[in-house]
Design a protein around this ligand. Structure first.
Ligand SMILES: CC(C)(COP(=O)(O)OP(=O)(O)OC[C@H]1O[C@@H](n2cnc3c(N)ncnc32)[C@H](O)[C@@H]1OP(=O)(O)O)[C@@H](O)C(=O)NCCC(=O)NCCS
Length: 197
């Protein structure tokens, strides 16, 4: 299904990636643009309170991509303390079909991750449907690992992978990192690496 926002069906849009502009969440006028994209492209239904929770509290972590005034992609995130770590979380990521495959999602996510890292996050997590090959490939390329498989996580009954990106820890001796890595491999199942805190 295509989004009404893109206005161009599923046909590939002709554009140069340099024509895409990226802005961080700039206020209430951006909210309907984000909601339109996410409602039409993600399987999970979200209420307006959920959107507001993210963009009001962490406006600096949400980005929109525009092509000639048209909103063609968005990422919505948050960050905060989780157990003993400070971590970022990617809640929603969408690029409309005609604009896919040109690096827009990569740029959106990278911008959010950069802000998270600058804000002191030690890791970034998200969930993706185990069947979502595109998202899994995208996050895999960015360095995310599959930390857990969550049984029937979504309302549609599909399992999720919890994906995790760990930032380098400059104060840990390399040999300790190696031990931790070997330990996590020992605990890994066929295609899933369990990471403990
Ligand atoms: C997933 C999604 C955001 C990707 O957007 P995009 O702008 O096309 O992504 P990019 O162009 O930045 O892709 C970067 C890389 O991700 C991988 N990738 C992205 N889409 C892919 C697909 N459909 N199949 C395989 N790999 C894919 C590729 O490795 C790609 O690099 P390459 O083009 O050099 O091969 C988009 O397909 C989308 O909105 N899907 C519906 C919503 C969704 O699933 N969101 C994620 C929820 S976790």
């Amino acid at each position: 299904m295509d989004t009404g926002v893109s206005g161009g069906g599923d046909e590939k849009a002709e554009f140069d990636p340099s024509e895409i502009t990226y802005v961080s969440y700039g206020g209430e006028h951006h909210l309907p643009l984000i909601m339109n994209l996410v409602d039409q492209e993600l399987s999970e239904p979200y209420s307006i309170f959920t959107y507001r929770y993210f963009v009001y509290l962490w406006p600096q972590l949400s980005f929109l991509a525009f092509h000639k005034e048209k909103c063609v992609g968005t990422v919505v995130c948050k960050m905060g303390e989780h157990r003993s770590t400070y971590r970022g979380y990617i809640a929603m990521l969408v690029v409309v079909k005609p604009y896919r495959g040109k690096g827009i999602a990569t740029e959106l996510v990278s911008r959010s991750i950069r802000v998270m890292q600058e804000s002191g996050c030690e890791e970034v997590t998200l969930e993706a449907e185990v069947t979502n090959k595109g998202a899994l490939a995208l996050y895999g390329r960015l360095g995310f690992i599959r930390a857990k498989r969550l049984f029937r996580y979504y309302l549609n009954g599909v399992d999720a992978f919890r994906l995790k990106l760990l930032f380098p820890q400059p104060y840990i001796h390399p040999s300790l990192l190696m031990e931790a890595h070997e330990d996590s491999i020992r605990r890994s199942s066929s295609d899933t690496i369990e990471v403990s805190h």
